[in-house]
Design a binder for this molecule. Structure first.
Ligand code: CIZ
Length: 303
């Protein structure tokens, strides 16, 4: 089908089903182009919760669509490719988390949003890369904190807050593709560029950054900052958005290897299929949903 026809069909079906398309910052350009809203996982979930639309087409990895479903049980959340999973989220199972909680029974458990709904149900508080520092700072009275599953984010948060955290050995394989040598090379090519990196990067990379930011933090920072050039240390998909929003600025990927294959599974064809079939629906059991929602609500109260 020709691209124009495909987009027309998507728009007709959106109207028919009262649907909106939410697209994560790391998605393919063709998917970003049909977004009603783009953002990070929490921004998108909050839009999902507040929209009048009845159907949410969530273009991101599975845990993100689950988060939207946790926050809006009255809506149908569908994902155009249910196999878009997050390797970092898959690195911590409920069983592993329960064993860790048994080892540290008095610890407050903080979990990154990159976790399954079942793992979220075991948390005291959830956090995102935008608010992790705020969340930890708000737990001043807590003696012991477990921070799961990303050890690099935990290391960064620990450094900024001065809090010792008990961590898990999880990591994002895509962010680990970004190396110190990449930043050094790009800085040589673009000496005036500001280096912005994601806190899921390794600490040696973070040490070379001008700013450490989530994807929504990056979108805001580059818009407001006077610099005209930026070296971007995160999944390369965000560069399409940054360039589209800031056509007069230049963006250079710290590493072209930082591609998340799961984020690239969704295409315009799959979005059309999703709207034609209203599949695949993301379902979280009511018991898990209510417990997971509490951890998200605690985060929202703090941040
Ligand atoms: O919360 C998100 O969307 C993730 C995983 C990263 C980010 O910084 O946007």
């Amino acid at each position: 089908m020709k691209q124009k026809n495909l987009i027309n069909k998507i728009n007709q079906l959106k109207k028919k089903h009262n649907a909106i398309i939410l697209v994560h910052n790391y998605q393919l350009p063709e998917v970003q182009d049909i977004a009603d809203f783009r953002g990070d996982s929490l921004e998108l979930s909050r839009i999902a919760a507040n929209t009048k639309a009845k159907v949410i087409v969530f273009c991101g990895v599975y845990f993100m669509a689950e988060t939207a479903s946790i926050l809006c049980p009255d809506k149908k959340v569908i994902i155009p490719d249910k196999d878009s999973s997050c390797p970092l989220a898959n690195m911590l199972t409920v069983k592993q988390l329960r064993a860790l909680k048994e080892k540290y029974p008095k610890a407050t458990v903080v979990g990154y949003v990159n976790t399954s709904a079942q793992v979220k149900a075991e948390l005291d508080v959830c956090c995102t890369s935008t608010n992790a520092v705020k969340v930890i700072n708000a737990l001043k009275d807590k003696k012991q904190i477990l921070f799961v599953p990303d050890k690099h984010l935990a290391d960064y948060v620990s450094k900024v807050t001065g809090r010792r955290l008990i961590t898990w050995d999880g990591f994002c394989p895509t962010h680990l593709c970004i190396r110190v040598s990449d930043i050094i090379r790009e800085k040589k090519f673009h000496p005036k560029a500001k280096v912005i990196v994601h806190p899921e990067c390794r600490k040696e990379v973070i040490a070379l950054a001008d700013e450490v930011l989530s994807t929504s933090g990056m979108a805001k920072f580059v818009k407001e900052n006077r610099a005209r050039e930026f070296i971007v240390g995160t999944e390369v998909g965000i560069i399409y958005r940054l360039k589209k929003d800031n056509p007069h600025k230049e963006f250079y990927a710290a590493s072209e290897a930082a591609v998340c294959p799961n984020m690239k599974r969704i295409t315009q064809e799959k979005v059309l299929w999703s709207l034609q079939t209203l599949k695949d629906e993301v379902c979280v059991s009511e018991e898990i949903r209510c417990r997971a929602k509490k951890a998200i609500e605690r985060m929202l109260q703090i941040a």
